[in-house]
Design a protein around this ligand. Structure first.
Ligand SMILES: N[C@@H](CCC(=O)N[C@@H](CS)C(=O)NCC(=O)O)C(=O)O
Length: 374
């Protein structure tokens, strides 16, 4: 064996990080894969110098292609975002459509995805362990999730904030009116921590009642266990339609936090992170250009260079990520642009009729903005 041979010992081990991942007193045990690379020897006459060998990162794109199916972590109990349509028994919703969009970009077929429903507590270990390729499920982008938990977030698909639901008949019109009351909240969420922080800052005493998933939290509120029910405002709007008498409840005007929601992947597979990021950008860029699933074919063969890039008629933007040239065309054709995805799931023709607000394009006063397709 050549003396120049570097003996590399790759130690792959796991350790448990017990982090207060997102909720107040709730601790969440997460497992993080750590790859340690060590160079044992670079012999004096080898001409080699000791350099750190980068730890291998998984090739998620190849794994998905070999499998022929994209695995998304998601929700099953949040109508409008991620739920099982009882009529069709299929997963539907805003977040589900972004899972479909990635399947269209990567596999050329928006139907080639599997959805792994997760509670808030389950979602991070399910992504870290590799059980899913991407998590798309009303998850707030925070610094600790991005760094300590070892994830990379894609552009925000839904700018949200935490709200509070109360019974109309209670006469409660502000957070202060909840003084001394009970509040239903789900564990393993940013919600739990924000609630404590906001009420402490306001000097209000309250009793949190903590539940493990969306259904038990909503049912507890619905059956009168709590005076208030708090989660992201999108979640409240969604859960409201499942209450026994939705019209008996209101969501207070106050917004308690910033909750930028979007897809996330494991840190370390940069190409896969790029694919998820640019799939989201593709839907936004298409809306900016007025390209949708119905008219996309009429844009083919045009002379606008940006449109040509988006549709893969020129350049190698897709190839640089290992995708087919028409990856973004497939996203638009099969799933639609951002506005179509929004309206299909949350717009005026749905029970939610949620105004776009911050989720409007930047040209219309919102925060959605795609970097250039150049
Ligand atoms: N955005 C917050 C909260 C997200 C969250 O998990 N919300 C709940 C309440 S709507 C939910 O989706 N639960 C679904 C479930 O447990 O099945 C976070 O990232 O921590």
């Amino acid at each position: 064996m050549s003396k120049k041979t570097l003996f590399l010992i790759l130690v792959l081990f796991t350790f448990a990080l017990v982090l207060t991942a997102c909720g107040g007193g709730e601790t969440v045990e997460v497992t993080r894969l750590v790859e340690v690379t060590r160079i044992v020897e670079a012999p004096a006459d080898s001409g080699a110098t000791d350099t750190t060998v980068p730890a291998p990162t998984g090739d998620t794109l190849t794994a998905v292609r070999d499998r022929g199916v994209l695995k998304c972590g998601g929700n099953q109990s949040v109508p409008g975002f991620g739920y099982i349509n009882p009529d069709t028994n299929e997963f539907e919703g805003f977040d589900i459509d972004f899972c479909k969009a990635i399947a269209a970009a990567v596999l050329g077929d928006a139907t080639k995805f599997e959805l792994r429903p997760t509670t808030a507590n389950e979602r991070f270990p399910v992504l870290q362990s590799g059980e899913v390729d991407v998590l798309i499920r009303n998850t707030t982008w925070t610094i600790s999730r991005d760094t300590s938990l070892g994830f990379d977030f894609s552009p925000t698909t839904f700018y949200d904030g935490q709200g509070m639901m109360v019974r109309k008949a209670s006469g409660i019109t502000s957070l202060e009116d909840l003084a001394g009351g009970t509040i239903c909240v789900q564990s393993g969420t940013t919600t739990e921590k924000n609630l404590a922080d906001v009420f402490r800052a306001l000097g209000i005493e309250f009793e949190p009642k903590v539940f493990p998933d969306a259904d038990t939290t909503r049912e507890a509120y619905d059956t009168g266990s709590c005076d208030g029910f708090t989660t992201d405002k999108s979640g409240l709007v969604s859960q409201q339609i499942l209450l026994s008498n939705p019209e008996d409840h209101i969501i207070l005007d106050e917004t308690m936090s910033k909750e930028p929601l979007g897809p996330l992947v494991r840190h370390g597979d940069n190409n896969w992170g790029d694919i998820v990021m640019w799939t989201v950008n593709c839907t936004i860029q298409a809306e900016e250009l007025g390209i949708d699933s119905g008219n996309v074919d009429s844009f083919l063969g045009g002379d606008d260079p940006v449109v040509q890039n988006v549709l893969g008629e020129t350049g190698d933007l897709g190839l640089a990520m290992g995708l087919d040239a028409d990856w973004c065309y497939q996203v638009i054709k099969q799933v639609g642009n951002y506005g179509e995805i929004y309206n299909r799931n949350l717009g005026p023709d749905t029970p939610f009729n949620l105004p776009r607000g911050l989720n409007e394009l930047w040209q219309n006063g919102g925060l959605l903005y795609s970097p250039p397709f150049r």
